[in-house]
Design a binder for this molecule. Structure first.
Ligand code: SAM
Ligand code: SF4
Length: 334
């Protein structure tokens, strides 16, 4: 007799409680580590899951133990009426935490509606504070709007706003200290993320990875030894440190130099309804087909279980057999 567990446990014993939902593949900038610069082929609207469909998937996932949701993209704030989706997700029994990852460009105008709808946490991507670096990465303008978005969200009283900075050797070294100063002054948490091979133009090279250890040493030269923070959630991807003077916290997400796959509890659904068990997954499970062919919630639940059961032990980026997924970051949802 097959025993069906009510939870999403993979074949390595990892329980999945965290669902990342991409709501669009569109974006208002063109970061080189994510999207092509020109002529991006976006999915037509009818191929994207509707808000009702997203809520249905999240409900079924919640029934299987998922308690955290993160909305992402593409740029989630370019999807119209995102606050309505958040309100729908916030009503699901078992969902304890709803977060959003955004580039911040549209945040100033939307932050109040998002908060009212039930959004609890915000990650804003900010790789540097100089307009030159912003342009070199995003290949569009927008830094001032991002900064205005962060200020607006802080004023509204969002409890936890985190800055995410992708670190790239030869490009963002000069941003490390200014970003840390900015975060300390504004009481924002800052996380540095190593550049992963998910850029649409497929130009990633290992020697462009500015690793977390190098950044840590640079911060310590300025502010003294960082104090490790005890990990309360083993599945959190970042290793956190406090500044010795107690002013601020810094995290390092080091998927390349220190992979954390062994504790991963995340699964993803793309904007057009494909379930993925890893950023680097080569396989997808078609939730949209189930949703649009009159499938039941039990069938959706089975699809979620299948997806999780097929999860590999790790991304294997450094293995000779590593193959990049066909999709780039903006098509998956980071
Ligand atoms: N547009 C939103 C944003 O930029 O925050 C949400 C989607 S974006 C794909 C999510 C996060 O992934 C961002 O913090 C972004 O900087 C990060 N990211 C994108 N491509 C990456 C890559 N190749 N390596 C590491 N992080 C990446
Ligand atoms: Fe857009 Fe975010 Fe990708 Fe940058 S990282 S191109 S902001 S989706």
């Amino acid at each position: 007799m097959t025993v069906i567990t009510p939870q999403l446990v993979d074949s390595f014993g990892r329980t999945h409680t965290n669902l990342r939902i991409s709501v669009t593949d569109r974006c208002n900038i063109r970061c080189f580590y994510c999207m092509p610069n020109e002529n991006v082929q976006f999915k037509p609207k009818h191929e994207l899951l509707t808000f009702e469909e997203i809520v249905q998937v999240a409900q079924v996932a919640a029934g299987l133990g998922v308690n955290k949701l993160r909305l992402t993209g593409g740029e989630p704030l370019v999807r119209a009426n995102l606050d309505r989706l958040i309100a729908g997700l916030a009503r699901i029994d078992g969902i304890e935490d709803i977060a959003l990852t955004t580039n911040g460009i549209l945040l100033a105008e939307q932050a109040a509606a998002l908060k009212d709808a039930g959004l609890q946490r915000l990650n804003v991507s900010l790789d540097g504070l100089s307009a030159t670096t912003f342009r070199a990465i995003a290949r569009r303008e927008g830094l001032e709007r991002v900064l205005a978005g962060i200020a607006a969200a802080q004023q509204l009283g969002f409890e936890k706003i985190r800055l995410n900075a992708v670190a790239i050797l030869g490009l963002t070294e000069g941003e490390i200290l200014p970003l840390a100063r900015f975060a300390r002054e504004r009481r924002l948490e800052l996380r540095f993320i190593e550049f992963m091979p998910l850029d649409a133009e497929q130009r990633w090279r290992h020697d462009q990875v500015l690793n977390g250890e190098t950044i840590r040493r640079e911060l310590e030269r300025e502010w003294g030894e960082l104090v490790p923070v005890t990990r309360t959630d083993p599945s959190q991807p970042a290793t956190d440190f406090d500044f010795a003077d107690g002013r601020g916290r810094i995290g390092f997400i080091n998927p390349i130099s220190q992979p954390f796959c062994g504790d991963c509890n995340r699964l993803r659904i793309t904007a057009e309804g494909q379930l993925r068990n890893c950023l680097f997954s080569m396989e997808e499970w078609d939730a949209r087909r189930v949703l649009r062919s009159g499938g039941t919630n039990a069938e959706l639940a089975q699809l979620l279980r299948d997806c999780v059961l097929h999860k590999k032990p790790g991304h294997g980026i450094d293995s000779p057999e590593f193959l990049r997924p066909e999709r780039a970051m903006y098509q998956i949802g980071g």
